[in-house]
Design a protein around this ligand. Structure first.
Ligand SMILES: Cc1cc2nc3c(=O)[nH]c(=O)nc-3n(C[C@H](O)[C@H](O)[C@H](O)COP(=O)(O)OP(=O)(O)OC[C@H]3O[C@@H](n4cnc5c(N)ncnc54)[C@H](O)[C@@H]3O)c2cc1C
Length: 555
């Protein structure tokens, strides 16, 4: 039987849940000072603790007692799989071996080094940083920044500037992108050295408990490590029968190498990658058309966000076809001709110089040795426990290869931290899907976290929403960018913040407050009474929380 109790201290409110069987405190939290919403917070906290205990009684404890640091002695002939019969103990060379140096791999490696674990990274490429640094987050954000600056110049007259002879030097734009990428790849090398992390180039493969192989130029070497992290990332999906040639039919990699800005571009897919490239090339003067198979753009976002982005993109002269099923893509002298079925079932044809395939990503787990493990693999993705451990003891999976978690750099980073902290026997952060922020850097930007309104209703909450449009925010007006809004989804009963959905200026930056609220399980009342600096775009958050109670000031 489980019993939940809580007790008070004159200066601190304390809340604790007890396991009546062992007398152990399962969770304790101090909240300093008194607040009028203290009782609500305690109730909310208790409800959460009860749920946690309920889950742990079914699935085992969610908060583990501290484990001892992993032992690097592995018996020959057993754990290492060596043929030596004596059963002597031998020191495994490493505490942790990591396959892949993307954000999941390199962050895990640095944290492992900080925690005193002897760590090695195996990377197939001659540089560190993975998809995120070389062909994902960073190069696209460089181009988006350049697009934003170019937009400012184009709208110079509005700001009182006379701008003439404005021209894009595309070669210089690409050169700056490459310089930034190189600088940060070197930065990771420096951080590896600083934290005594070794790295080696080659193809890494799981070979059995405590062992991986590294293959390069036909030569194979073995590495022994007590714990192995597979962080091999993902690659762009193609559509059946439509093979990228990287000249006319492009992926997120090849579109970064275009020698010049195309006059026309078709983007297939309106997820984060698709809308970011649509936004970049629209700013640089390309006529962009988006084809999306689902009924709305950015389909994982709250429905109101999709409606707002659709409206704003169309105003910027981006053509959008939703519920559009691509039938064929044919290359010709002018570029590509695409045939698709529109939402009314009619066949339509479009022509463009280039086509970008942005139809999602698939995990890269082929040829990584997973078949030699007990890890559960589904459609190439690996199932994991709360600290990223697979069903194979000592083998962890991190990042884009993980089943059921979003393919995002910051998710990969925290997953890596969780795994190595767990390996080091320290209290590790468990990954909670609903607390992973989403940031999409198109113009207007989108930042979101937690449940959408629809998801909250489906989960059975008594939902109360609030919304603050940036038109009432003075800093947004100063920036000349006051489209969009902040939407808050909350639970009426306790005022718990369930989700926050932002579209508009600096959305990906003010998302930081949204992430903190969800992480700390704040309520509407906590947040609407928190002071926000003025004038900032950020203060819109205060108005958005207050709007749930009908107490917003600026609209
Ligand atoms: C265009 C684009 C834009 C994006 N923008 C963002 C963004 O703004 N924000 C965000 O959060 N996410 C963004 N993402 C997603 C982000 O890039 C990924 O979620 C992230 O890179 C995943 O990290 P990872 O460490 O799992 O894998 P990766 O970054 O893919 O790294 C995997 C590494 O493993 C190496 N590798 C693979 N197999 C082996 C092997 N067998 N042996 C040795 N090495 C191997 C690869 O070479 C690679 O270096 C974007 C993605 C794309 C495509």
């Amino acid at each position: 039987m489980w019993i939940i109790g809580y007790d008070f201290h004159p200066r601190y409110q304390q809340i604790a849940a007890f396991d009546s069987a062992t007398g152990e405190t399962v969770e304790r939290r101090l909240s300093k000072g008194k607040s009028s919403h203290c009782e609500t917070r305690l109730k909310l906290r208790l409800a959460r603790v009860a749920a946690k205990i309920h889950n742990s009684s079914r699935n085992g404890p969610s908060i583990r007692p501290g484990r001892k640091r992993s032992i690097s002695l592995v018996p020959i002939g057993t754990e290492t799989g060596s043929t030596s019969p004596e059963g002597r103990l031998r020191v495994a060379k490493y505490d942790v071996a990591i396959i892949g140096s993307g954000p999941g791999g390199y962050v895990a490696a640095i944290r492992a080094g900080e925690l005193g674990l002897k760590t090695i990274v195996v990377e197939k490429d001659p540089f560190l940083g993975g998809t995120c640094l070389h062909v994902g987050c960073i190069p696209t954000k460089v181009l988006l920044h350049h697009a934003e600056v170019y937009d400012h110049f184009k709208n110079g007259a509005e700001l009182g500037f006379e701008v003439s002879g404005l021209k894009i030097n595309w070669g210089n734009v690409l050169a700056r992108k490459d310089k930034i990428v190189k600088k940060h790849a070197k930065g990771i090398e420096f951080l590896f050295k600083k934290n005594k992390v070794e790295w080696v180039q080659g193809w890494g493969r799981y070979e059995g408990p405590g062992r991986i192989s590294v293959e390069k130029d036909g030569k194979k070497a073995q590495i022994e490590a007590s714990n192995i992290l597979l962080v091999s990332g993902s690659e762009a999906r193609a559509l059946p029968g439509i093979e990228p040639d990287h000249k006319t039919i492009l992926t997120n990699r090849s579109i970064l190498e275009l020698p010049e800005i195309p006059k026309t571009l078709i983007v297939v897919g309106a997820g984060a990658v698709g809308v970011e490239f649509a936004s970049i090339y629209n700013s640089f003067g390309t006529q962009v058309t988006i084809l999306e198979a689902l009924p709305r753009v950015v389909p994982v976002e709250d429905e109101e966000i999709s409606v707002e982005l659709d409206k704003t993109f169309r105003k910027k002269n981006i053509n959008i076809f939703t519920q559009a099923m691509v039938n064929s893509v044919k290359k010709d002298a002018k570029g590509v001709t695409v045939t698709f079925k529109d939402k009314d079932g009619k066949s339509q044809t479009l022509q463009a110089e280039k086509l970008l395939l942005a139809v999602g990503r698939k995990p890269m787990t082929d040829n990584c040795g997973l078949e030699k493990s007990k890890a559960k693999v589904e459609r190439g993705a690996v199932h994991v426990g709360p600290f990223m451990e697979t069903a194979e003891k000592g083998l962890y999976a991190i990042g884009d290869i993980v089943f059921g978690l979003p393919l995002l750099a910051h998710a990969a980073m925290m997953e890596g931290i969780s795994a190595v902290t767990h390996i080091a026997g320290k209290p590790a952060p468990a990954i909670v899907k609903e607390r992973i922020p989403n940031a999409t850097y198109c113009e207007p930007q989108i930042g979101s976290i937690g449940l959408t309104e629809k998801q909250a209703r489906e989960a059975g909450y008594s939902v109360k929403t609030g919304k603050f449009p940036f038109v009432g925010n003075s800093k947004a007006t100063i920036l000349g960018n006051h489209g969009g809004f902040i939407k808050v989804v909350s639970d009426e009963k306790y005022g718990e913040v369930l989700g926050i959905h932002i579209i508009g200026p600096l959305a990906t930056e003010i998302l930081s407050e949204a992430a903190a609220v969800l992480h700390l399980e704040g309520t509407i009342d906590d947040m609407m009474n928190m002071m926000h600096a003025h004038p900032t775009v950020w203060e819109g958050m205060g108005d958005a929380f207050a709007s749930v109670r009908g107490l917003q000031i600026n609209v």
